[in-house]
Design a protein around this ligand. Structure first.
Ligand SMILES: [Zn+2]
Length: 195
């Protein structure tokens, strides 16, 4: 049984935030989570004959960021990840999010205790599991952490060592959406740069 999620902070009235926080601005510009909106905002994939994004598309749309702390591949704990590839439009925000996670936990040891070093992937041209539509990962605007404890479909339960809410808050402050709030099928490992 899932417990009730902590609610998202109340939005301030727009007339009261002339400067606003970065996240509030981004929330206004990120696209909705439909393939049409994602293609319009992040670019429609150009595909090779075997159905993969072309190298030219990847060069034009993706960026590589250097991580503020090393991640570990969740499915191969012997692999340390120092850089990751995401969409160029989310690269500065994602860097800020990861720096925010390091700052919030204070050390790599504490990050590991919270299992937030366990990286489940970002850019990956693929469909949503069980669907024909493209995943936000296909644009490099979705990222997963600690998939073992946060499997797709499992409702959030704070008693089971799932996604730390302070990580959720950091992503949401930058305008990202948490999969734990998806209606229908929750995906607590997942964050995406959509409204
Ligand atoms: Zn994901």
């Amino acid at each position: 049984m899932g417990r009730k999620l902590p609610s998202r902070g109340k939005r301030r009235g727009s007339h009261r935030r002339p400067e606003g926080r970065v996240g509030e601005n981004l929330q206004a510009i990120f696209p909705t989570d439909t393939q049409m909106a994602l293609e319009a905002f992040y670019g429609r994939h150009q595909l090779t004959a075997d159905g993969r994004p072309t190298a030219a598309w990847e060069r034009a749309n993706l960026a590589t960021i250097t991580l503020p702390y090393p991640l570990t591949l969740a499915w191969d704990l012997s692999v340390e990840v120092r850089r990751l590839t995401c969409h160029r439009l989310v690269a500065p925000g994602l860097s800020a999010i990861l720096a925010g996670i390091l700052n919030a936990f204070g050390s790599l040891d504490e990050i590991k205790r919270a299992r937030m070093h366990l990286y489940g992937g970002c850019y990956n041209y693929r469909r949503v599991s069980g669907s024909s539509r493209l995943s936000t990962h296909a644009w490099g605007v979705g990222i997963d952490f600690d998939p073992d404890r946060n499997p797709m479909g499992k409702p959030y339960d704070e008693t089971e060592g799932m996604m730390p809410m302070k990580v959720v808050e950091i992503f949401e402050t930058q305008g990202w959406k948490w999969g734990g709030r998806f209606l229908g099928r929750p995906d607590c490992m997942h964050f995406q740069a959509t409204t």
